[in-house]
Design a protein around this ligand. Structure first.
Ligand code: DX5
Ligand code: ZN
Length: 222
């Protein structure tokens, strides 16, 4: 599997918006429609006010499809569950800076296991909260909605945080991806990309599109 850089545009459909009764077929549909990664939104009903799925679903997707698994842990104790998501076949594991763990230690453990490490921050969290960890990550996820549910509206007040993350990356000679997640449509994908994001997570606007391939292609070229 080729390793994409922050210069590549990466389209990552979110499984949260798929038909949970047909996960294997839905994943295959996304890959055939041009998805680069699959974004798996794990929710524990505590860190966010919703429950989605756990390591067993990550493993099922890993075993049934050959696709890069971008696993987003919206859970309070990512350190406690980390080994299970690694064993399930995650390629990249993103944890929240707001969660209840030693962020630096969790990021170290993710990379030590051979996975890529991502760090996420919610819209209300200052970009300064992630600054200490920029040298330890392969991806920074700037949430563009309050996490927990798909189908929400993009929050443009997040754009300056994306721009700051891109500036820091250049100034410090780093190479982390900048990912956005939540309310990503063709229009907001263009705004986020212009601000510096290169990994676009989209649920409703890809799985919900009449023509998923056309939606992904348009998002890739906007
Ligand atoms: C929020 C989820 C959503 C999902 C994408 O916690 O992370 O952002 O992935 O949802 P859409 O693309 O439907 O806004
Ligand atoms: Zn997500």
């Amino acid at each position: 599997m080729i390793r994409r850089t922050h210069q590549d545009r990466v389209i990552a459909p979110s499984l949260l918006a798929a038909n949970f009764g047909r996960i294997q077929e839905e994943t295959t549909r996304a890959i055939r429609a041009g998805a680069d990664w699959m974004h798996l939104d794990v929710m524990d009903g505590h860190f966010v006010d919703n429950i989605s799925f756990g390591p067993a679903v990550v493993q099922a997707v890993h075993e049934s499809n050959d696709v890069f698994l971008d696993v987003h842990l919206m859970i309070s104790r990512p350190d406690h569950y980390l080994s299970r998501f690694i064993a399930a076949g995650s390629d990249l594991i993103t944890v929240h800076v707001e969660a209840d763990h030693d962020v630096s230690e969790t990021l170290r453990r993710i990379r030590e296991a051979g996975c890529q490490a991502g760090l996420a921050l919610n819209p209300a969290t200052s970009i300064s909260a992630v600054e200490p960890f920029l040298g330890q990550i392969d991806l920074l996820l700037c949430m563009t909605v309050v996490p927990g549910f798909g189908g929400q509206s993009f929050m443009p007040e997040v754009l300056p945080k994306i721009e700051q993350a891109a500036r820091w990356r250049e100034e410090r000679g780093l190479s982390y991806h900048i990912e956005v997640d939540g309310g990503i449509t063709l229009a907001t994908a263009e705004l986020a990309s212009r601000a510096g994001a290169n990994v676009l997570v989209a649920g409703s606007s890809t799985f919900g599109a009449a023509d998923m391939a056309a939606a992904i292609s348009a998002m890739r070229n906007c």
